[in-house]
Design a protein around this ligand. Structure first.
Ligand SMILES: *[C@@H]1O[C@H](CO)[C@@H](O)[C@H](O)[C@H]1NC(C)=O
Ligand SMILES: [Zn+2]
Length: 587
């Protein structure tokens, strides 16, 4: 029945007609994720874990217009109502990935998967298989893309010549990203396409020349990126759709996109209008077309009442990745003592750009891996807080005032991987949010000791437990790591690889297990903590009246799983905004 028919039937007066029409108009303008009827749907499960301290365990909840309207524990109550659906399974609040890359994950799903390739021959085989399945890939307009190679398996950096070795691949246009996406490996055709006068040195980057040309790291990747024919809006939309489907499959209802250009964010905003295609909440960080700059002319901000998509944060990058010795360290690398990595932006410029974005009301989120990068990030964020809250600092004294100020600004350090103990204390005191990927620890454990040496590893690296009071936001950095949050939870709880179940030495012991989290803490890291980091505390990551109706159904209560079973756990159903977006096929 239309709003107008309702009004006529009930003979309401004109002011109410206006209100009803205004509401109807608004619903039409801002489609909600749930069915836009206003009659409640009520679901009763065998158990509901709520993350609500007032009622931690429940059985039933009602949903109207995409939000929970009631949560209660007696499954009998309300049973006389026909609209109650008694359902199988155990519910947890919808899971969020606190740091991922949506579009890149979609591109990954449509590209060559190189994760785990042990040899150059395996890489060639996977590319050849991909080309067989994707006719036309490798032309000048349609480069082959791939991600996941790791030179530590090959014993040396790969080269363009390694690709040319395969007759069927000779002459293809190709660009394959390293596992950490901080380097890319290109084919001879792409090398030939680059300007002949490549710079000898690229600040904040490297053109790898030994044992031959082919790999470009960090800022030097831009040389290649500028030539790569980028996918248009239609292809991007397809990538986003594929990514969302896959993310729903592993129990994700939302994600923080750790850096997208204004153009991509504007596309997201348009796509978010579609009920059928946009099945995941996205809290995205703006990345200026020119990295680490202040770009107010191109800056975008988005907010929606339905919380499907929001942009109010800026992503900056202090350094590169550990795997390619790109992270900026206070002391040289143990296995490359001639270098301590490189900053992508110097300390004063980082502080300056952070303050400018903070002054415009943006949450400032800085990528920092090495202990020098983390120190600079803490310095920059502290300076930005002092700038934002001068009156409070005056009144209350420095640290206390800054912590209160930070509770409103919620500045974050993305990765927060290697942090000097002194700076760990500053992070606690200021309340800066560390955004951590537990599977990075278990992927890096095979070479972290080589890079860092024993002392730095033991005191500064891959903290989780000791960062707890600072509310770590957990994530995966997909497509760098697989997006399954239960694998992240496993890595956090067991400190072993979710792929193998093994520790650093291939044995059964967790890696620095004193830094493990409990299951409750890890689950919070994928629910309540990312909600807080996205200014959605009380609305997301929790099942209670007024929260967004997002939930995940498991076969058993989550705490009843054996730790080893977490790494292969598959979810039964995923619901976003009161709408079921994934059902596991019957086996
Ligand atoms: C830091 O970088 C900025 C911008 O690139 C530059 O203008 C400035 O001179 C640099 N400062 C130092 C101390 O190197
Ligand atoms: Zn990332």
């Amino acid at each position: 029945m239309s709003a107008i028919a309702l009004v006529l039937k009930w003979g309401l007066t004109l002011p109410i007609v206006v209100v009803v029409l205004a509401v109807a108009y608004r619903l039409q303008q801002e489609p909600l994720l749930g069915p836009s009827s206003s009659s409640p749907e009520t679901y009763c499960y065998k158990g509901v874990r709520t993350h609500d301290e007032a009622l931690p365990a429940a059985r039933c909840f009602s949903v109207i217009d995409g939000a929970f309207t009631a949560v209660w524990s007696d499954a009998g109550a309300g049973a006389e109502d026909d609209s109650v659906q008694a359902r199988d399974g155990y519910v947890v609040p919808g899971l969020w990935d606190g740091h991922g890359h949506l579009l890149q994950y979609g591109e990954f799903l449509h590209s060559v998967d190189l994760f785990g390739s042990q040899t150059l021959q395996q890489v060639r085989d996977r590319v050849t298989a991909y080309v067989a399945e994707n006719p036309g890939a490798g032309s000048k307009d349609n480069w082959i893309r791939g991600v996941g190679w790791d030179q530590t398996f090959f014993g040396r950096m790969p080269t363009a010549a390694d690709i040319e070795q395969d007759d069927s691949l000779r002459g293809v246009y190709m660009m394959l990203d390293r596992i950490d996406v901080h380097c890319t490996w290109v084919s001879q055709a792409v090398l030939d396409f680059l300007p002949a006068d490549l710079p000898a040195v690229v600040p904040g980057g490297e053109i790898v020349r030994e044992p031959g040309m082919g790999v470009f790291c960090d800022n030097a990747m831009d040389l290649v990126m500028d030539l790569w024919p980028k996918p248009g809006p239609e292809l991007k939309a397809r990538h986003v759709r594929s990514a969302m489907r896959k993310l729903n499959e592993v129990g994700l209802v939302g994600m923080h996109d750790a850096g997208a250009t204004p153009e991509t964010l504007t596309l997201y905003s348009r796509l978010a209008d579609s009920d059928d295609d946009w099945t995941l909440r996205v809290y995205a960080m703006l990345e200026c077309p020119q990295r680490n700059t202040y770009c107010p002319g191109e800056a975008v901000r988005f907010a929606r009442d339905d919380h499907r998509f929001a942009v109010q944060s800026i992503k900056l990058f202090a350094d590169g990745a550990l795997g390619s010795w790109g992270s900026a360290m206070l002391e040289p690398y143990a296995d490359h003592p001639w270098t301590s990595g490189s900053l992508l932006i110097n300390a004063s410029a980082l502080t300056d750009v952070s303050k400018r974005w903070a002054a415009d009301g943006y949450q400032v989120n800085i990528h920092a891996i090495g202990d020098l990068a983390n120190r600079n990030a803490v310095d920059a964020l502290e300076a930005a807080l002092s700038q934002q809250c001068p009156d409070e600092v005056e009144k209350q004294g420095h640290l206390h005032a800054l912590a209160a100020c930070q509770a409103r600004h919620r500045f974050r350090i993305e990765h927060a991987q290697i942090i000097h103990p002194h700076d760990q204390r500053r992070i606690h005191a200021l309340g800066i949010l560390p955004s951590i990927q537990p599977t990075h620890a278990t992927s890096d454990m095979k070479y972290a000791l080589d890079r860092l040496g024993p002392d730095r590893l033991a005191n500064s690296a891959y903290r989780m437990r000791s960062l707890l009071p600072a509310r770590p936001v957990l994530g995966s950095d997909f497509p760098v790591e697989p997006p399954n949050p239960f694998q992240g939870i496993y890595a956090a709880v067991a400190r072993r690889s979710p792929a193998t179940g093994r520790g650093a030495d291939g044995g059964p012991d967790g890696w620095y297990a004193d830094h493990a989290l409990t299951l409750d803490e890890a689950l919070w890291g994928f629910t309540g903590a990312p909600a807080y980091g996205a200014f959605l505390d009380g609305r997301a990551g929790v099942i209670r009246e007024g929260a967004l109706a997002d939930w995940v159904v498991l076969d058993r209560p989550v705490e009843s799983y054996d730790v080893e079973d977490l790494r292969t756990l598959s979810v039964k159903e995923t619901w976003v905004g009161g709408k079921r977006v994934y059902v596991r096929p019957e086996q």
